[in-house]
Design a protein around this ligand. Structure first.
Ligand code: NAD
Ligand code: ZN
Length: 270
């Protein structure tokens, strides 16, 4: 047992409110590539090219061959990934009242799949669609997600796609149902709710994020300035390490279950 995990557990057991901020590293042990990793789907696509095409849909339409490759990569990764021990441990922390909000940058939907309920998905999720007309949302099962991607690949393969309406289903209001993903340059979701949660927190648990994507990365800074305790779990030092009161240098899938066990022990011995 790491001494740092024991120290982190004491902070969590004593805190009034705890908030977690997670990133791609939490899903690494579910087989999903991190963003900064050297290979994988993210490394193959240049954000500047995507931005130049007016976003992901424009990119798919402008470059159908690359678009089909991208969609296959997304389908094979996000359509098969299951929650891992890190997601389950965070859901358990919520169930024992030691986690009051979970802010994630991940778009894989794995925190909710593991049973977390108070989740703020700042970058959106593949597991929901949002209508560009009325703004209405609908949840998307994993099977539906895979079927939708396959349909998009088939339509792109016809080379008759010139407009997003040729790729997406329509809402009853007539608007287009887009994957509810925040693209480069788009406003993030839930920033007000996330900021409020962080402002009320005594402890912020940061896990599996390099801390380079803003505004998510500003949340631990904001908490630290107010005197909240910042605990970081990441196998490597990150941009947020200088802010952290406690850094646990281990994978999320090992450290988080150990942390939950330690919180239960510390909590029951008070
Ligand atoms: P990042 O790739 O920039 O950083 C990942 C961090 O996780 C690194 O610090 C790395 O050391 C750490 N890490 C690697 N393996 C780990 C493990 N097993 N346990 C704990 N930590 C581990 O990720 P980010 O900061 O989240 O930024 C990535 C951006 O790309 C976000 O905007 C996100 O929306 C998107 N993205 C999402 C997913 C997903 O939904 N699963 C995957 C990749 C990228
Ligand atoms: Zn609509």
């Amino acid at each position: 047992m790491h001494a740092t995990i024991e120290a982190a557990a004491r902070r969590l057991a004593d805190a009034g409110r705890v908030v977690a901020l997670t990133g791609a590293g939490v899903s690494a042990e579910s087989g999903l590539d991190t963003f900064r990793g050297a290979d994988g789907i993210w490394a193959r696509f240049d954000p500047d090219e995507v931005a130049a095409a007016g976003g992901w849909l424009g990119y798919l339409i402008a470059r159908p061959w690359d678009g089909m490759e991208l969609l296959r990569g997304i389908r094979d990764a996000f359509g098969t990934a299951e929650p891992n021990d890190a997601h389950r441990a965070l859901a358990e922390l919520e169930s024992i009242d030691r986690l009051h909000a979970l802010i994630t940058q991940n778009i894989d939907g794995l925190h909710r799949a593991a049973g977390s309920t108070h989740v703020i998905e700042m970058h959106g999720t593949f597991r929901r669609k949002r209508c560009s007309g009325c703004g209405g949302c609908e949840d998307v099962s994993r099977e539906r997600f895979v079927a939708d991607i396959d349909a998009m690949i088939a339509r792109l393969g016809s080379f008759l796609v010139h407009h997003p309406a040729h790729l997406l289903d329509r809402c009853p209001c007539g608007g287009l149902l887009r994957p509810d993903i925040v693209g480069f340059g788009d406003a993030v979701h839930g920033l007000v709710e996330a900021t409020e949660a962080v402002d009320a927190a005594d402890v912020v648990l940061v896990c599996g994020t390099s801390g380079v994507v803003y505004p998510a990365a500003s949340l631990p800074e904001r908490a630290r300035e107010r005197g909240a305790v910042v605990i970081e779990i990441d196998p490597l030092p990150t941009e947020l390490t200088p802010l952290a009161d406690i850094s646990v240098r281990d994978s999320a899938g090992r450290a988080l279950p150990a942390l939950v066990d330690a919180v239960r022990r510390v909590g029951s011995s008070v």
